[in-house]
Design a protein around this ligand. Structure first.
Ligand SMILES: Cc1cc2nc3c(=O)[nH]c(=O)nc-3n(C[C@H](O)[C@H](O)[C@H](O)COP(=O)(O)OP(=O)(O)OC[C@H]3O[C@@H](n4cnc5c(N)ncnc54)[C@H](O)[C@@H]3O)c2cc1C
Length: 525
């Protein structure tokens, strides 16, 4: 690599985002010859100025270049006969905990209530086409957890909580595109994620790990304040050195089970609101100052406003923005309406959607405090249920045009939408509590001020965006990650309140397994 040269450039998108054009540009400048190779090391789009530019870092060399794995090497020894650890949930936290377990000499046993990717796909079709939700297999439950049929945005601010590069390398090793290693806002897309998730599971099984699908944990085995295993819905017992509980933010039965079995849990602030959908063209125009986005990807946005109501301040913010995406029914039961967003790798749908949510604190939950630590969960459930009661059938979602919502008027008609089960015109104020309604209006006003053209009746809000993060924390020791009251229990990932997204959940899975191995090393067994 001694002959390689590094370049930092600021280029027009049509050059920076197209390999052929970039090559021609570098040659034109005399920086690249026919015998040389180049590799993009870093790439970010800067849309802050009137004319959008791309910052790009690249290396030119005499020898072919590739993105080397510096943090991940697959384990090679089978762990079939090694001590078992039990991992509940096959979401990002559970899968990455299992990979880590293998590298630390444990036999991971993953127990997952949902189906594998293929079986799950049929259940998603039933939700979208028939409005029937299988409570064990849906957009939240099944192989890969909530991360499989998601957007696959991999940007995380939690860079200090683990090794982000390692997570990306593992994803690339299992089929993710290499550009996630150098893009500032990496994204995989819902069309590619299922294959990657399956490949990760195959690695786990190939190295001697075990995965049980269609198997729900219904009970914990706790003796003398220590968890030795779990019992499934069919009464099977699975025991191991420790239990990593990575069941996600929608496993309400697990939160209830914790309370029933005396495992300490706490209320955790979360956020709730609606999803807003605009024509993607409109967001492109606003963000790129141009009617044609050309080589640029579908534009996104991220906004926050501090709302004030009755002397209390609460954040209103955009959440999980999906440019060129789809709104999906993320309910885990047939008698509730929950929406979320996803997008394919090309982000080429006609729509831009984003959650717009209000931060919820314990003081906001009047009428729910008798539920103790489950107050937030019950509050969340009550609004999801009200949304379902407001519509006429299935998973049709309540919707209102954006300006109508702000004016407080009924929408006589709705826009077309990416939401497959269909929409029904309902005034959102009849579903949402007043304090959320009012704060959302304040938020939208503020966003309209920041993005001219954002406040329009060509956009509509669709409800309810309620599963933004867990309304519960399962408290654990800061250093050891072991539960504060129950030994050998490692609450993990988003459901336990320690992650918010695919990458942070994956990193937390690795972290919990690492700490478990430090406290209870495999070789001592
Ligand atoms: C539609 C959608 C789009 C999203 N888009 C993005 C995105 O673009 N980027 C991003 O970073 N995040 C996104 N998210 C959020 C992300 O998917 C989650 O943050 C992440 O999956 C959390 O990982 P986890 O492993 O902690 O939990 P989960 O992924 O929720 O996995 C938990 C698993 O536990 C299983 N389980 C639950 N209870 C039991 C039980 N009793 N017994 C056995 N198994 C059980 C569930 O079936 C599930 O598979 C999206 C989520 C959704 C729903």
């Amino acid at each position: 690599m001694s002959d390689s040269k590094k370049f930092e450039l600021v280029l027009n998108p049509e050059i920076a985002l197209d390999d052929k054009n970039l090559r021609a540009f570098l040659k034109g400048k005399g920086w690249l010859s026919d015998e040389q190779y180049f590799l993009v090391d870093r790439r970010s789009i800067d849309a802050r100025k009137f004319k959008v530019k791309v910052n790009i870092g690249l290396t030119i060399s005499e020898i072919p270049l590739r993105h080397e794995f510096v943090e991940y090497q697959s384990a090679t020894d089978s762990v079939l006969n090694e001590p078992k650890v039990i991992i509940v949930g096959a979401g990002p936290a559970g899968l990455f905990a299992a990979l880590k377990a293998i590298s630390l000499g444990f036999h991971p046993v993953i127990i997952e209530r949902g189906k594998d990717v293929r079986g799950r796909r049929r259940d998603l079709a039933d939700i979208n086409k028939k409005g029937i939700v299988n409570p064990e297999s849906n957009y939240c439950f099944g192989e890969g957890g909530a991360g499989t049929y998601s957007d696959g945005k991999l940007y995380t601010r939690a860079t200090k909580r683990g090794n982000v590069r390692r997570i990306f390398e593992i994803l690339v090793a299992h089929g993710a595109p290499e550009d996630i290693l150098f893009d500032a806002h990496p994204h995989i897309g819902t069309n590619k994620l299922p294959k990657i998730v399956t490949a990760i599971r195959e690695t786990i099984e190939g190295l001697g790990g075990t995965v049980h699908f269609n198997t729900r944990v219904d009970k914990f085995i706790i003796e003398d304040g220590s968890m030795s295993g779990v019992v499934t819905q069919e009464g099977q017992v699975h025991q191991g050195v420790g239990v990593v509980l990575a069941t996600g933010h929608s496993a309400r039965d697990i939160f209830n089970l914790c309370v029933a079995q005396g495992i300490k849990i706490e209320f955790k602030p979360f956020a709730l609101g609606v999803r807003v959908e605009h024509p993607q063209e409109q967001i492109d125009q606003i963000q790129y100052n141009s009617n044609e986005r050309g080589f640029l990807p579908a534009a996104s946005y991220s906004m926050v406003h501090q709302s004030k109501l009755a002397g209390k301040e609460r954040g209103v913010f955009s959440f999980c923005m999906c440019p060129g995406g789809f709104i999906v029914p993320a309910s885990t039961s047939s008698d509730e309406i929950v929406v979320n967003g996803m997008s394919p790798s090309r982000r080429d749908s006609k729509y831009a959607n984003s959650g717009i949510v209000v931060a919820i604190q314990d003081q906001d939950l009047q009428g729910f405090h008798s539920s103790g630590p489950l107050a937030g969960m019950e509050f969340q459930a009550s609004i999801e249920k009200r949304a379902w009661q407001s519509i006429s059938n299935g998973q049709v979602a309540p919707a209102q045009r954006l300006e109508d919502f702000i004016r407080g008027t009924h929408s006589p008609s709705l826009n077309t939408s990416s939401y497959q089960p269909g929409l029904e015109s309902i005034e959102m104020s009849t579903i949402l509590p007043k304090f959320i309604n009012e704060r959302l209006k304040q938020g939208f006003h503020s966003f309209g001020g920041k993005m001219r053209g954002y406040l329009t009746n060509e956009a509509q809000i669709i409800g309810i965006e309620s599963r933004t993060s867990s309304p519960v924390r399962i408290p654990r020791d800061k250093m050891t990650c072991e539960h504060q009251g129950v030994k050998r229990l490692f609450p993990c990932g988003e459901g336990a309140g320690y992650a918010g997204g695919i990458v942070s959940a994956a990193m937390d899975g690795e972290r919990c397994m690492d700490r478990l191995a430090q406290l209870y090393p495999a070789k001592d067994k």
